[in-house]
Design a protein around this ligand. Structure first.
Ligand SMILES: Cc1ncc(COP(=O)(O)O)c(C=O)c1O
Length: 360
């Protein structure tokens, strides 16, 4: 059956946009919105029209400096979502084989299918959600053009170490494939000198990322890809047929956000540390869920020991006004995903509601 592109939909995005909000919202995965006022920008700093070029130089420079890459290794994009799309589009043609981790962030599958790629899968291990390198090896073939994964992983929050990524890179190289690593949650390691997979082997790895999750700056849509020069050039050309020119004011504000990044990170980190401690305390004191505790980040996947996770999520929402993401969106139907990137007082109330739900 050929793919019905004209009726493409993303059930997850529809859920996120239409049905995830709740009074006590644990369905988010990013940190709370960082206030525009705290960026210290005045309207007179901004211009409406910018240069028509392949990426605003000052923004590319800010990204290149932070990630110790050349300016020619940077493509800016509308969030990590578009960064992933451009990266996939530049690495594989329709019909080419792509290996995507399972479970995964659903938009990666949606985008790959939209691009007409032949989607195959490799597992993350059920016991710790680390990449199952054996399974990856078994599913890899000379036809594989691309391997795609998230680090940290959504929805489990698990961190993949470089030693595993190096093995993935080695396997990819053997068949002439590339590896895209979506690193949007990796910012929540709060490193002053981050360590994108791109640097493991610049010809093999592409890193995608944005200011969205860790810094609470989703509305800027400031995303990017780090890749080899050859791929960067391809991505700029592909971007030309997708609306091509970003909103200049958002680019300017993004440059200012990069200047203040350590201050923004310090505030968000402090809030996240507090919230993660609250979630941990909650989880250690209940017996309804099994979970792999993520050492970093906002999200955790909780496996419901009894009953249906879908029904549980629905009941939470209807009766207790708590929003979580049903795990079926991530191919984990027995789980729900909770995110603690909300103001701490809201998290306290949400956990109290959750406790009430578990007691009834
Ligand atoms: C793994 C992953 N990649 C990309 C995105 C989208 O990021 P952005 O808002 O920067 O497009 C999300 C958002 O949930 C995500 O979880």
């Amino acid at each position: 059956m050929t793919f019905d592109r004209v009726h493409s939909r993303s059930p997850y995005m529809e859920f996120a946009k239409l049905r995830s909000a709740a009074k006590y919202n644990l369905a988010t995965s990013g940190m709370p919105a960082y206030p525009l006022a705290d960026l210290g920008i005045s309207i007179s700093d901004l211009q409406i029209n910018g240069p028509d070029v392949y990426g605003y130089e000052a923004l590319k420079q800010a990204i290149a400096s932070r990630y110790r890459a050349g300016i020619d290794n940077v493509v800016t994009a509308t969030g990590t979502a578009m960064a992933n799309y451009l990266a996939m589009a530049a690495c594989a043609n329709p019909g080419d084989e792509v290996l995507i981790e399972q479970p995964t962030y659903p938009l990666l599958l949606d985008a790959a299918r939209y691009l007409g790629l032949n989607v195959k899968r490799f597992r993350r291990k059920a016991e710790d959600f680390q990449i199952d390198l054996k399974d990856l090896k078994e599913n890899l073939s000379p036809a594989t053009k691309l391997i795609v994964l998230c680090n940290m992983h959504n929805p489990t929050g698990v961190l993949t170490l470089n030693e595993s990524l190096l093995e993935v890179g080695e396997m990819a190289r053997r068949v002439g494939a590339r590896v895209i690593v979506d690193e949007v949650y990796l910012e929540m390691l709060w490193k002053v000198e981050p360590d994108p997979a791109f640097h493991l082997d610049q010809q093999t790895f592409l890193s995608t990322n944005s200011l969205t999750k860790g810094y609470g700056l989703s509305g800027l849509r400031c995303g990017w890809v780090l890749a080899s020069r050859e791929l960067v050039e391809r991505m700029w050309h592909i971007n030309d047929v997708h609306g091509s020119t970003p909103v200049f004011m958002a680019e300017q504000v993004s440059v200012m956000a990069f200047r203040k990044l350590s201050e923004i990170a310090a505030k968000q980190k402090a809030a996240l540390d507090t919230n993660r401690a609250l979630l941990r305390e909650f989880l250690e004191d209940q017996s309804a869920f099994d979970y792999v505790w993520p050492e970093h980040g906002t999200v955790a996947a909780l496996r419901i020991r009894q009953g249906s996770a879908d029904e549980f999520a629905e009941r939470l929402r209807e009766k207790f006004e708590v929003g979580v993401v049903p795990g079926r969106f991530f191919e984990m139907p027995q789980h729900v995903r909770v995110g603690v990137g909300v103001p701490t007082d809201q998290l306290r109330s949400a956990l109290a509601q959750l406790r009430k739900a578990l007691n009834t």
